[in-house]
Design a protein around this ligand. Structure first.
Ligand SMILES: [Zn+2]
Length: 131
């Protein structure tokens, strides 16, 4: 494992520089530290360590924060879609609710990995993990 002198035992959050590029790398599902390695080995399963920089990601647990963020984002976008595309249509209530449930679920499933990458990057950058 590569270690800088100012790193902690779980791989070292950045000590200087802007946090924003690291957060964007996490949202792109890339290693927030180097931006080259993959952050996930499955849909929401993080890699144990980055294949490029050896940063450990197995100890960084985002828990329920990504789900909360994905649902909040999904609710806001679904309401906008309802307002701009379905308002005033002659769909039956059950049809409208069915469409909106499918849209909201799709947005949640699409946004969950980037939200998890974002929160893993935040937790790593702030230097807080379970270990
Ligand atoms: Zn890396």
């Amino acid at each position: 494992m590569q270690n800088d002198s100012n790193e902690t035992e779980f791989g070292g959050p950045p000590q200087q520089g802007s946090i924003w590029p690291r957060l964007i790398r996490g949202m792109k599902l890339r290693c927030p530290r180097c931006g080259d390695g993959k952050l996930f080995r499955a849909y929401l399963k993080p890699v144990e360590q980055c294949s490029k920089c050896s940063q450990k990601w197995g100890d960084v647990r985002a828990d329920l924060a990504p789900a909360w963020a994905a649902m909040t984002l999904s609710a806001h976008i679904t309401v906008l879609i309802w307002h701009f595309f379905f308002w005033g249509t002659d769909l039956a209530d059950w049809q409208l609710i069915s469409y909106l449930c499918v849209i909201a679920t799709g947005i949640c499933l699409i946004s969950l990995p980037p939200m998890k990458g974002l929160f893993m990057a935040i937790i790593w950058a702030k230097g807080t993990t379970d270990s």
